[in-house]
Design a protein around this ligand. Sequence first.
Ligand code: NOJ
Ligand code: CA
Length: 696
Amino acid sequence: MRYLMAVILLGLLGCQSDSEIQPTTSPSGNIQFQLSIDENGSPYYTIQHQEKTIIDTSYLGFEFKDDNHWGTGISIVKTSEKEVQNDWEMQWGEQRLVKNHYQEFTYELEEKEGRKRKVNLEVRVYDDGLGFRYVFPKQAEWDSVIITDELTQFNLTGDHTTWWIPGDWDIYEHLYNTSPFSEIDALKLRNHPNLAQTHIPENAVNTPVTMKTAEGKYLSFHEANLTDYAGMTLKVDADKLSMTSELVGSDITGYKVKRKLPFETPWRTIQITEEAKDLIASNLIVNLNEPNTIGDVSWFKPKKYVGIWWEMHLGVSSWDKASGKHGATTANAKRYIDFAAENGFGGVLVEGWNTGWERWIGFEDREGVFDFITPYDDYDLEEVVRYADEKGVEIIMHHETSSAPRTYEQQLDTAYTLMNRLGIHAVKTGYVGKIIPKGEYHHGQWMVNHYRKVLEKGAEHQVAINAHEPIKATGIRRTYPNAISREGLRGQEFNAWASDGGNPPEHLPIIAFTRMLAGPIDFTPGVFDIKLSPKYSDVSTGGDIQKNQINTTLAQQLALYVVIYSPVQMACDLPQNYKDEPALQFISDVGVDWEQTKVLDGEVGDFVTIAREEKGTGNWFLGSITDENPREVEIDFSFLDPNSSYDVIVYQDGPDAHWNDNPTSMSIGPADIQHGSTMKYQLAAGGGLAISMMVK
Ligand code: NOJ
Ligand code: CA
């Protein structure tokens, strides 16, 4: 790792009157954060973008159990400011080198009377957004807090178009809604039939939540470095066009967060850009996290993988051996290993390998059901690992905790020691169902700490974690690079069985500008058998497979390997569905680790085009996806190296392609493309475009 550190201390200002507080201005001057104190001594902030107010008067404060409100009778006792340029390298990621240039301002705030409780506000202003956090310093009269409410406001300047999911305390797997801010109605989304756990206590949204103003500016609200704190939802006040932080709670403790001083809250982040594509290009969230603390992670390599997975979601096989159609058999695993080795995929995930699945869903008492070391008797774990090794493929472990985190914590050392012995360095975890103990929620402080403990244990054992039903990504991957990927959205699996017909064509063109801003996504693209039926019509279970399908074209399934970033990318379809399919070539060729990324164009919910240069090869790959509307995209290839020539293959929708009527119509062919070329392509309704450009 290489650090570029240039810190310029601009000034330590002594006590000053509140009206003299100067704003914090981003390096280029386009964004200004202004803190003020009103006549009641209540701190509030405003944000200007290009000299226009973009966040209006927004108050700050806290409510505590057995203690007074903090947020009135406050004065600013000291401020300090510095400019920081601290670029760093990612172990793997959307780009190797991350620029990290911001202006930092610290406001030391203190009550004028009584115990004079201090809370500092730390602000970092970048050219594409900002973050601020509360720092509770060590102090004689205050040693711990029980937070019942964080009162951070975000006051909007208009009724912005908003892309939102409900503020569910238990799951992020909702479709995004598009509406004016004032029409957000999260409560109508309670009790979705396809969610094994869901809890939406009030009209709030989860983050990232993205907005477009009438003037055409973009805003996205999220949080960074969620550590030993509750996840933040944003409560909506439709009349006042305002949001207030609403932390995820616990029915067991009745509070939101318990901490000893000193500590700091997660960063509250606002990305502010003039073009939608710059939201994706921003590194604000990772930059607001601490550098790698786990040391060398060369034991993990970014990879594409296949797995015994999609066949279960289709109902072709099952996790549960007692079903009579067990998927995780030694022979089936070897079939996937052969397929992976033949096509250059580095990993094979095997779900349903360990005993206990007969008591997975729908059981109240799930404690102690899974032990994460005992295979079913038709699965010879040692032999599968030996065979994979011989073929140069790594098995990816699977741990479905069934939301019994205490059981998992007890087993972690044993489970990871087994993985160490077998030379397995990655695990997919799962948290389906309501948390045990009842009354805790997936996104509360207790679970935030559980997910962190898993990362820490993983780091000790050289295990990388791909969590499903996770806590949201907040850039922790910078500090714990073994947080390789996660779900935390409505993934591909919903297309197999969701009773609402699966993810509509606009889903991923929204995801790219919302969930993807938080971090890597294990979406599991690559379904080639788009229509699903009637092939699986003899399957007795498996929900709505008869009427479901993937609501994209085949070309879009390819484009997703570039559009969606993750250092583990699955080719999720069954090996037999890839047989003799020329489009498989793209998945074999496409990179998973990037030297640089260029977000070329896009509009939230409509389309997005991204080009990425593979690390170490100079090869470029491009992906473009559209919603239910067909469109023409014009691509300027000036990102290519002028001194290289490329073997180019274009995978595009056929002229008659359509996500519903003709999803597999596709043309594949070479093209003469180099630096300086400009080309136009037609994307079908629900369609896509994938281009590989390999250095000759
Ligand atoms: C839900 C996950 O999202 C899915 O990928 C997995 O197959 C099941 N849980 C079983 O663990
Ligand atoms: Ca899931």
